[in-house]
Write a protein that binds this ligand. Structure first.
Ligand code: SF4
Length: 442
């Protein structure tokens, strides 16, 4: 039985950057019986129950199974092995190996079904075996998420993780929200956590805060109340959901209910705990949502920003932003203007740290030059940036592999070789006097 984020993102044919090749599903590579994808709590419980009853592991939501032709026929005799109302048939490993553009089509299809909450089974042939993905289980209800966080997880670090910098970041932090409906092309969070936004209750968060306060290492600072996107906390779709589930692009959907008072109330409550001297939001914050929640923006910039506010415009050039499925550069311009206004009014400068990606599919050295100019024009300093890494399970990775963008037959420039990538980095390093050490963010 396989699980965890690596297995989850590699459940179908995927690209492995280190090996620079398309690989079959983890499930067939490892010759496992079953793979749990996504956050997995419901699937794990169901598997345990079935094993206890000594019954078969068929049809469990949130899992993939591996079968030969014969086994598939005997387990699911009525399942059509073609696109139908019940089934999505993805291009096979062999077909993709022979015609790479099919990889992009497969990735788009997996994404589309995930966002739509489709109940269809997805199948893909991997040489002699089939991978069969059952639909995802219903997202946890907020009360179920609370129950989960109520379980007696240990916050004690494993002795070997004590010297890991990332552990320091998370030791006194809490997850307040699960899922992301942001849909950035380069991000795999939605493929794993799903597009539904589930927020924990204030009571559950406060309970966990009190546990953190009891830790020997706690010195008065909660380092993060976060999640994939911290300020999606408390948002919800007023009509339940739609098939596209693309709630923030190209603009914030009018059906997305945003109530800044929910987050403000949480911040006040946690800050009000006697032992909490500092409370920070270190997770990513979406600028377009912050512009719609002015009281929250003011409060976060004033009290809950550790040093500078980390924002993720990712680039300045609109053709790249469009490929990344991110809002145009005008959003950053508006956001900077708003933060400067807050600085003037409050007398305290709001510092901004923009995160940038270089060498994303479509990106050229000229794009980097233009980006440096645009950021300087806004008086923004790039401190850290990141070379695009084609991680499994993203549309950007499929663009990288195929050289195509979704919905277009036009060839896309792909900065694949290291010399080209280095040139793009150097433009930024020179433009902002950065040492190469500052290149990788986090
Ligand atoms: S209707 Fe709008 S808010 Fe609701 S799921 Fe769809 S895109 Fe998101």
């Amino acid at each position: 039985m396989l699980g965890g984020i690596e297995a989850s993102l590699r459940r179908f044919v995927h690209y492995d950057y280190k090996q620079d090749k398309l690989r079959g599903s983890f499930l067939t590579d490892a010759k496992a019986d079953i793979l749990v994808y996504g956050m997995g709590e419901k699937a794990v419980v169901e598997i345990a129950k079935r094993l206890k009853e000594n019954s078969i592991l068929d049809g469990i939501p949130g899992t993939c199974q591996r079968f030969t032709d014969q086994q598939l026929q005997s387990h699911y005799p009525l399942l059509p092995l073609k696109n139908s109302r019940e089934t999505v048939l993805l291009p096979s490993l062999d077909q993709i190996a022979g015609q790479k553009k099919l990889f992009l089509e497969a990735e788009i299809e997996i994404d589309r079904n995930l966002r739509a909450g489709s109940r269809r089974v997805i199948i893909q042939k991997q040489q002699s075996h089939w991978v069969l993905q059952h639909p995802a289980p219903a997202p946890l209800k907020p009360v179920e998420l609370d129950e989960l966080y109520n379980l007696p997880f240990s916050r004690k670090p494993h002795p070997e993780s004590l010297n890991i910098p990332a552990h320091k970041m998370i030791a006194h932090s809490l997850t307040i929200v699960r899922g992301c409906s942001g849909n950035c092309s380069f991000c795999a969070i939605t493929r794993h956590q799903g597009p539904a936004i589930i927020s924990r209750s204030k009571e559950s968060i406060v309970r966990e805060c009190k546990q953190i306060i009891q830790m020997d290492s706690f010195r008065g600072t909660i380092s993060d109340l976060g999640g994939p996107t911290a300020n999606l906390y408390g948002t919800q779709c007023t009509i339940g959901s739609c098939k596209k589930r693309d709630c923030l692009y190209p603009k914030v959907c009018s059906n997305l209910h945003i109530d800044e008072n929910i987050f403000l109330d949480l911040l006040s409550t946690v800050s009000g705990i006697k032992e909490v001297k500092h409370l920070f939001i270190s997770s990513g914050l979406r600028m377009e949502l912050l512009l719609l929640t002015p009281k929250l923006l003011r409060r976060i910039t004033r009290y809950h920003t550790p040093g500078s506010l980390k924002i993720a415009p990712e680039h300045s050039e609109n053709e790249l932003l469009c490929l990344m499925h991110k809002e145009p550069h005008s959003l950053l311009q508006n956001f900077v203007a708003e933060c400067r206004k807050i600085s003037r009014e409050s007398g305290k400068e709001v510092l901004l740290t923009p995160y940038i990606i270089t060498s994303h599919p479509g990106s050229t050295v000229e794009h980097s030059r233009k980006m440096v100019k645009s950021m300087k024009k806004l008086n923004l300093q790039i401190r850290k940036f990141q070379d695009f890494t084609p991680a499994p399970g993203t549309i950007s990775t499929a663009m990288y592999v195929t050289g195509h963008q979704p919905g277009s037959k036009k060839h896309l420039f792909i900065p694949r070789n290291q010399a080209e990538r280095k040139k793009q980095r150097e433009v930024i390093e020179r433009g902002f006097n950065l040492g190469s050490k500052k290149r990788n963010r986090q």
